[in-house]
Structures are given as structure tokens and as C-alpha cells.
Design a protein around this ligand. Sequence first.
Ligand SMILES: [Fe+2]
Length: 149
Amino acid sequence: MERKNSPNHNRYSTLDLKWKDEYNTGIAEIDYQHQYFLSSIKRITTVMMEKNEHAYCQRLFMELVYYAKFHFYSEENIMMHINYARLKEHQELHRDLIDLLTNRINSIDDNMDEYHKFVQFLLKWFVHHSMEEDKKIASSKEVTVVKPL
Ligand SMILES: [Fe+2]
């Protein structure tokens, strides 16, 4: 197990992985899934701090990619349900991230620095996408016709 003053511990402890109110879009289903997504990133960093096991980290990243696919599909269904005008553009952002994640995961070898950069990238993408793009879904005029699923 990594000690608290190890380089890996310091590296990951600087990442802010706590859920914040400002991440909420106002659509409960999306917010619930976003919380799970963030907690998955947190779990990966914990494993990276404690184990440094390449094969296991890669499996956890793959789990995250599968979850992202599920979440995007689910979010797109909500957009379809409300006839969201910007569905196609939003779908493209989702598709781009999945392509990027898949390519990146396959090219990471056992270099833990690469994993670290990957986690930083994911966190940045998550914060930007949920606060900028997903909030537009919640603030669109169509959302008022949403009935509980
Ligand atoms: Fe989205």
C-alpha cells in the first residue's frame, strides 16, 4: 500500500474528486449517473495509489468506458423523449469522447504517468461537459414536458 507521503499519494490527493452542487443539472436521472461516474474515477485513483497494477487499472478504465456508453445512451434517450433540439450535436460530443477513450485505453502501456494524465483529462472533460453541455438539456424549454420515466 502507498504511504501517505509517497509521490503517488500526493499526485492524486491534489485532484478534486468531490461531488459539488454546481455539477447538478437538475435532471435527477442524469445527476445520479454523473455521481456514479465521478465515484468511479475516484475509485480508480485509489487503486492507482494503493496497487499500481497495470492490468487491474486497465480493467477499471474499461469498466468506466462501458459505464460512459450506458450513461450517454441513457442521456440521449432523455433528450429524445423531450425532442431536444440539439440532440445530434450532443450525440457527437458523446461519440467523440468514447472514440478517444477507446483509442487511449488501448495505447496506454504500463506507464502510470499516462494513467495519471488520463484521469486528469477525464475529470476535466466531466466537469466541462456536465456543467456546459448537460445543463443546456435541463434549461431547454422542452424539458418542462418531461414526465417521470
Ligand atoms: Fe452529455
